[in-house]
Ligand binder design. Structure first.
Ligand SMILES: Nc1ncnc2c1ncn2[C@@H]1O[C@H](COP(=O)(O)OP(=O)(O)O)[C@@H](O)[C@H]1O
Ligand SMILES: [Mg+2]
Length: 254
């Protein structure tokens, strides 16, 4: 099961990725969680200290991506890199961080991008594990080839017009690269008439609603994984169950 998580900055992508990774790992699934955001914080939310951002492996990138006579390899070998630079947390979740991707102009080909994309491709097409990609609002790390391997893109929103606008943009990007399915998670939900009205505006499948909970803010302040602080997990449990239904096909998409 391969799950990408996207949404506006600060909506809770990293929190949701970490909580779901934890719940799946606790159930005995093999989980890989990759931080694809240029400001890396998934490792610390999963209780992992030292993770090398893969974009910083300049010598390795050079050695793997450069071909003869100034050519580049589009499919560099990266399986050993994946093994070597992933760090396991205490629940066995393997954590990696991509780091900053160079933003070149249209058609720019950067060795670093080829390398990071190869890592993602490798992770997406591995069998038998659950993969979470904690992404930014843009999903530029995913190309058409890799997008096909993503089972679902979770678009995280919070009550507010701005994140609904971001949702539209993410949907467009996802459709353009061929992501099969999108599910929305409403995070930091506060029950009110205006929140209800906003929910009615959402045309996409809603995977779940997570209430606003000060415990997550506290976990961030103390730099402790939220599940270690005993933050309420029931909303995440339900999303986990829903993902299993959706992806195992026991659910008919409306
Ligand atoms: N349900 C929630 N209730 C309250 N605060 C939350 C909730 N989910 C996330 N947060 C807090 O919001 C902030 C941003 O969350 P984060 O997961 O880092 O967002 P993103 O990865 O989308 O930038 C953090 O301080 C986090 O603890
Ligand atoms: Mg984040």
């Amino acid at each position: 099961m391969k799950i990408a998580v996207s949404g506006k900055g600060g909506v809770g992508k990293t929190t949701i990725t970490a909580m779901l990774s934890y719940l799946f790992a606790k159930d005995g699934y093999k989980v890989i969680a990759i931080d694809c955001d240029s400001s890396i914080n998934l490792p610390s939310v999963l209780g992992v200290k030292e993770v090398t951002p893969l974009s910083k492996l300049e010598n390795v990138i050079e050695e793997r991506v450069k071909g003869p006579l100034g050519t580049y390899k589009l499919n560099p070998k990266v399986d050993d890199i994946f093994e070597r630079y992933s760090v396991k947390n205490k629940y066995g979740i393997r954590v990696l961080a991509l780091g900053t991707i160079e933003k070149g102009g249209e058609g720019c080909f950067c060795p670093q991008n080829a390398f990071l994309r190869a890592i993602l491709r490798y992770a997406i097409f591995r069998k038998r594990d659950i993969l979470f990609l904690d992404m930014e609002a843009g999903i530029e790390h995913l190309g058409r080839g890799t997008a096909k391997g993503v089972d679902i893109l979770i678009a995280v929103i919070e009550p507010g017009k701005r994140s609904i606008e971001t949702l539209r943009r993410i949907k467009k990007l996802a459709e353009d690269i061929g992501i099969k399915r999108i599910g929305v998670v409403m995070n930091k939900y506060i029950d009110s008439n205006s929140s209800k009205k906003l929910m009615e505006e959402i045309e996409d499948e809603i995977l779940g609603i997570i209430p606003y909970n000060q415990c997550f803010v506290q976990a961030d302040v103390e730099n402790i994984p939220p599940y270690e602080l005993g933050c309420e997990v029931s909303a995440f449990e339900r999303i986990k169950e829903r993902l299993i239904e959706v992806i195992n096909g026991s659910d008919v998409q409306s």
